[in-house]
Write a protein that binds this ligand. Structure first.
Ligand code: HEC
Length: 143
């Protein structure tokens, strides 16, 4: 009697072990491609940045990069890339950059929330930031 139960028990152990070793481990594709907070959102080519665009770059680094990423590649969880077809000159002309900085932006293209106005920049400062962004856009076929 006890031997019979032992046998059944042994079979059960073998069956469970076989199940564990043979069952396929699920591959979590989503986890591999899921966005990681703080990561860049687009890959870009960087052109040489000179003149006013270089001044614009310095302004951008202090006033915009926290949300838009260095070289405007976006920041997962913070803000969108400006090196993006959405922001090509025919859809977002230079004046829309001036307006974004002066008055902020109500969220409409992305899920990051609103952009607050950025204080302390003149229109001239923003023009140089635009020079900088347009240089990178052009180098990436956005024009
Ligand atoms: C606190 C975060 C933050 C900062 C700082 C910030 N932005 Fe933004 N910006 C955003 C977000 C978020 C959006 C996207 C809103 C949407 O469309 O969903 C945006 C959108 C924009 C747009 C698109 C405007 C439009 O009409 O759709 C421009 C241009 C822009 N930002 C330029 C700048 C510049 C230039 C600076 C620095 C002077 C800057 N941003 C600083 C968060 C920020």
């Amino acid at each position: 009697m006890t031997r019979k139960y032992l046998l059944i028990g042994a079979c059960a152990v073998v069956a469970v072990a076989a199940y564990i070793t043979l069952s396929p481990v699920p591959v979590d594709d989503a986890a591999q491609s899921a966005p990681v907070e703080g990561d860049a959102m687009v890959a870009i080519q960087m052109p040489p940045i000179e003149g006013n665009a270089a001044i614009g770059q310095r302004i951008f680094d202090t006033a915009c990069a926290a949300c838009h990423g260095s070289n405007a590649v976006g920041v997962e969880g913070a803000g969108p890339p400006l090196i993006h077809i959405i922001y090509e000159p025919s859809h977002h002309a230079d004046e829309s950059f001036q307006r974004a900085v002066a008055m902020g932006v109500r969220s409409h293209h992305w899920q990051f929330g609103d952009m607050p106005p950025v204080e302390g920049l003149t229109r001239g400062d923003v023009a140089m930031v635009i020079d900088y962004i347009r240089e990178i856009q052009r180098a990436n076929g956005i024009n």
